[in-house]
Design a protein around this ligand. Sequence first.
Ligand SMILES: Cc1cc2nc3c(=O)[nH]c(=O)nc-3n(C[C@H](O)[C@H](O)[C@H](O)COP(=O)(O)OP(=O)(O)OC[C@H]3O[C@@H](n4cnc5c(N)ncnc54)[C@H](O)[C@@H]3O)c2cc1C
Length: 492
Amino acid sequence: MNYDVVIIGSGIVGASIARELSRYKLKIAVIDKASELPAGASRANSSMIHGGFDDKPGSVKAKFCVPGNKLWHKLKDELDVHLDECGSYVCAFSDDEVRHLETLLAQGKANGAPGVAIISGDELRSKEPNVSPEIVAALWSPEAGIINNFEAVNAMIESARINGAELFLETRALGLMLDDKGDVRGVSTDKGEFSAPVVINAGGVHSGEIASWAGDNSFRIIPTKGEYFLLDRATKGFIHSFLFSCPSKAGKGITVLQTAEGNLMSGPTATEQDDPEDRSTTPEGLAEVLKGARRLVPNFPVNMNITTFAGVRANTESGDFEISVLAKPRGFVNVAGIKSPGFTSAPAIAEYISGLVREEFADRLTFTPNEKFIPERTNIPRFLYMDMDARKALAEKDPAYAQIVCRCETVTEGQVLEAIRRGARTVSAVKMMTRAGTGRCQGGFCCPRVAEILSRELGLSLDEVTRHGGKSKLLVGKTKEFLLKKEGVRHE
Ligand SMILES: Cc1cc2nc3c(=O)[nH]c(=O)nc-3n(C[C@H](O)[C@H](O)[C@H](O)COP(=O)(O)OP(=O)(O)OC[C@H]3O[C@@H](n4cnc5c(N)ncnc54)[C@H](O)[C@@H]3O)c2cc1C
């Protein structure tokens, strides 16, 4: 398999880079070990499009956060992604914390974050009546927003594919291939070799290990877990935006937010761990989240919780992003250690990487503009948000839109079929692309229906359908056969 560029990782960073590079006539392969997207940190995070006041001026993070925020406000229409442009507040409970707000305000101004201002506790409460009466002031950031991260990653990689990039899921990079001169020749994977003179490391929490394949041990990834509560969408309107605690050395602290789809959510913790793949939640972590949530919103309705989850940050010792082109081997680019505000920054990082690759590798690649580049893509119809006339019109055109599959999120069979047409192969992929299974019953009702549709459409037997690829089978056989087997064993 011969390519111009291989991107390892299709989180928001790898997908955004693929889309930017697809503005040129390049043969691009994006490989990801996961069976659906998003899979890594881009799947489990706070989904905030940050205002840009939190990062130290001069840092790499500060360079990309405000430009990334601006790009998302444009991309939400171009890529048809839900972005709630609700703004955010950092809440102060004491004079000390108010002084900290002033530092953040100055940082925001230095970083070019538009409209940041300090408001009184009473003004905050006039907008958000459920916040603590003890909050004395807040930093308001009007350009901050909350994005549907599942949609955003799928939209970004779909746009890259529309423009010619190829996506290989369930493909794990195993090592770097070098030529006789010791320069990049490609990537070896569990699905064979991908030859390319340029390889981009966008491997998230694994980006340190991938960099070491190129002999770069200049940074280390410290996996840092963040745990969350996610509440029923019936909590919509309990708060309307994103509430931060005052940041400390440990990070941005516990937040309370309303997701782009209207669920109340709280988290994350920040616990360093050895295992980059450990996304379990813990009683201690969740107790910390609840304490932090109740500090900001005393009557936080945790009884409406529908699930808990955790994401793992690709923290670095420097605390900053690690973006570099290696002098040796030629052809290797690190876009590593992309922790928060990485989701916000991704489109700006991608523009920068595209420029860098053109500047650095003119001897290895030819950059001819792709005149057929299409910036727009449209999302799978969101039946939940349509009025009755629009629903009727859609169902008349295609009766599959008259069949409800997920009752909690009002997802129709038509949407599931469209997700499959766009590449979904697992129950979890359908969930990421349509929200079937993200509601109150967490898939209790729709999971068997989605599995049936996948089995019918993909020509698989039901026991071949998986939740998220690999061995994650939903069914292992028929109860009767199982019992007969057991009986047989007993008689023997
Ligand atoms: C708890 C938490 C809260 C956060 N909150 C915010 C926020 O509110 N706002 C914000 O802007 N940012 C936030 N972030 C940061 C943001 O989520 C990340 O910066 C961003 O998602 C990183 O994207 P990525 O593409 O670099 O990594 P990932 O999304 O982790 O993607 C990396 C991909 O590489 C693949 N991969 C790894 N190794 C291999 C291999 N060997 N072969 C093939 N594929 C491989 C993985 O499967 C994965 O899909 C948060 C992060 C966490 C964890």
